[in-house]
Design a protein around this ligand. Structure first.
Ligand code: NOJ
Length: 489
């Protein structure tokens, strides 16, 4: 079952997709109500960020029960209905799986008999490890005087994956959801699952300059991407199998990233390739990235591309509204499975958040998690109550559906073109041109893509018939400012 090779994944941030309960927070029934939209749009799978019970310190990534649904989002029955409805529409469901840590409110963490399920150290912190979110990665428990390790928030203690009981319990979580019919998992924080058993200090990062996040002041050689993690990747894959999809969150240089495909295909099907998020918006830089990635892929590995997610600035803010259309074309015409972040198909930009509205202070993530815009009713049709984050300005689905020049119309045309094109869905990649702000590449035998990454006209470096453009009209001789085209060659 390799539906995901030709498929497109759509990331939903459930708090922000559709509220059905009138509390200003999105929920599962809301998602169900919008499934026909996703079908109409033309995506193949939805990835839901965590919907498990959680104190919401890290919005579900701090879980108190990996095998239940937070009442904010609904019930297990609602979840079953969502899977059934999605499948009925031909949509797959991918769940976020959070194996690296739990909430500090999780019963396991509160159970004295399960002390060795976490990483405790008697007394003061044993080393210099820093949390990804900044500050020390050790928290001292005033009652016991011991310290525990947390890669993220202090409310997110890391599980001890060297303890067989933890492995068994957490692999059992996968089985629980597989039995409920899910089609795959996105594994959170895959790189961090094992830490150095000797708890040695991380060395200083020679590339660190003041102003960079504190986490970057050290090289996380003893806290991330240990060789042994590959063995856990393989253990998860063994449970997930071949009939379901294993996606893994891996922020790593390309050569390290591709290791997560595993030996002989026993790793993740898709270690998420987030490099487009951090690469300068420049023709040479993007071509170099694609070529380096293509060259690094192991035999039989299938590529993938991500333009945005719930942790990083939105593409429309990074490159501006005109280039966001070019970016859509890039994402959906590169070789490999694209992951599309909800709202990017509307061109939603980061929404300014006033200090009194912030719910994730100091992290700059609220701005990229704002509610989906559906229509012109109050709160854009997302909720009848006060939304948990402001909705922001800009046209929603209803208006954009009627406008053939809208971002939504462009995404829908691109998704349809990709679906119907063997070249775009499966054909090889070859750079044709990367210079002077223009990137052009061939896909398969007969398809080419040319992208003008500048705000000025440029010669079109490829000859062929234009089958899709970010713009309307035109004579096909030049690339207009901010224009991207797909051609038959
Ligand atoms: C990555 C998730 O995408 C992010 O939102 C979360 O805060 C961390 N992992 C910790 O779970």
């Amino acid at each position: 079952m390799t539906w995901w090779r030709r498929g497109v994944i759509y990331e939903i941030y459930p708090r922000s997709f559709q509220d059905s309960g009138g509390d200003g927070v999105g929920d599962l029934r809301g998602i169900v109500a919008r499934l026909p939209y996703l079908r109409w749009l033309g995506v193949d799978a939805i990835w839901l960020t965590p919907v498990y019970p959680s104190p919401q310190r890290d919005f579900g990534y701090d879980t108190t029960d990996h095998t239940a649904i937070d009442p904010r989002f609904g019930s297990l029955a609602d979840f079953d209905a969502l899977v059934a409805q999605a499948h009925g529409l031909g949509l797959r469901v991918i769940l976020d799986y959070v194996p690296n840590h739990t909430s500090d409110q999780h019963p396991w963490f509160r159970d004295a008999a399960k002390r060795d399920w976490y990483l405790w150290h008697p007394g003061d912190p044993p080393n210099n490890w820093i949390s990804v979110f900044g500050g020390p990665a050790w928290e001292r428990d005033p009652d016991s005087g011991q310290s525990y390790y947390h890669a993220y928030l202090r409310e997110q203690p890391d599980l001890n994956w060297r303890n067989p009981a933890v492995r068994e319990a957490m692999l059992g979580v996968l089985e629980f959801w597989i039995a409920r019919g899910v089609d795959g998992f996105r594994v959170d924080a895959m790189r961090q699952l094992l830490k150095d058993p000797l708890w040695r200090d991380n060395p200083p990062n020679p590339g660190y300059v003041p102003g960079m996040p504190e986490y970057d002041s050290l090289l996380p050689v003893h806290t991330a991407d240990l060789d042994e993690v590959q063995e856990v990747v393989a253990a998860m894959r063994a449970v997930i199998g071949d009939d379901r999809l294993m996606v893994a969150e891996v922020y790593a240089p390309i050569e390290r990233l591709v290791r997560y495909y595993g030996e002989g295909g026993h790793g993740a099907h898709l270690p998420l390739n987030m490099h487009l998020i951090s690469t300068p918006w420049d023709a040479e830089a993007i071509a170099a990235l694609v070529e380096r990635y293509e060259a690094a892929l192991p035999e039989g590995a299938w590529p993938n591309w991500v333009l945005g997610n719930h942790d990083r600035p939105r593409i429309a803010s990074r490159v501006g509204p005109a280039q966001a259309r070019v970016a859509a074309l890039l994402l959906l015409t590169l070789r490999g499975t694209p992951t599309l972040y909800y709202g990017d198909e509307l061109g939603i930009a980061d929404v300014p958040i006033a200090p009194h509205q912030a719910v994730d202070p100091g992290m700059a993530r609220d701005a990229v998690r704002t509610p989906m815009r559906w229509d012109a009713t109050p709160h854009a049709g997302f909720t009848t109550a006060e939304p948990w984050l402001p909705v922001g300005e800009g046209q929603g689905v209803a208006a954009q559906r009627e406008d053939p020049r809208s971002m939504l119309a462009l995404y829908r045309r691109l998704l349809a073109l990709r679906r119907g094109s063997d070249d775009l869905a499966e054909g090889g990649y070859r750079t044709l041109h990367a210079d002077d702000g223009v990137l052009a590449y061939a896909r398969g035998e007969r398809t080419a893509v040319a992208l003008n990454l500048t705000g000025e006209p440029r010669p079109l470096p490829v000859t062929g018939g234009i089958v899709l453009s970010t713009h309307s009209g035109g004579d096909g001789a030049v690339l207009r400012a901010d224009e991207g085209v797909v051609l038959t060659i």
